[in-house]
Design a protein around this ligand. Structure first.
Ligand SMILES: [Zn+2]
Length: 135
């Protein structure tokens, strides 16, 4: 996507000034919420490598990269991300939880994903550990 387009995560910043900074490894997301945003945008852009790299090493099952790719490619279009609740995950924290709802289109049907994601700091940087899918 063009770097001056609005970032898909809904921040109202350009992609270059928002999640693009993390995707290009210029810096790491300082909070779990920012990592959540950048991972949502990575799904929008089908950036499988970024999703893999920001998954906690303990969660990297042998087939995970393939699973991420299948899931990312099964979505035709991501519509929006709503952060519902953030617990910890701040600059001084080691763990964090982010509850969100993401809506997307698959075969012209709108779906939504409601998840409580757990994030853990690894080697000083936020990583995605796992999530509990809600209704
Ligand atoms: Zn963004």
């Amino acid at each position: 996507m063009h770097s001056q387009e609005l970032c898909p995560c809904g921040s109202n910043l350009t992609y270059a000034a928002c999640c693009g900074v993390y995707h290009q490894s210029q810096t790491f997301p300082p909070t779990a919420e920012k990592l959540m945003h950048s991972r949502y945008t990575a799904y929008c852009l089908k950036n499988i490598e970024y999703l893999w790299l920001t998954t906690h090493p303990c969660t990297r099952r042998p087939n995970l990269k393939n699973e991420i790719s299948i899931w990312a490619n099964s979505v035709d279009k991501w519509l929006n991300l709503t952060i519902i609740k953030v617990l910890q995950g701040g600059a001084e924290d080691k763990i964090g939880k982010v509850e969100f709802r993401a809506t997307y289109l698959t075969h012209d049907e709108q779906h939504s994903l409601h998840e409580l994601s757990r994030f853990v700091r690894h080697s000083g940087h936020w990583t995605y550990k796992d999530g509990i899918i809600g209704e």
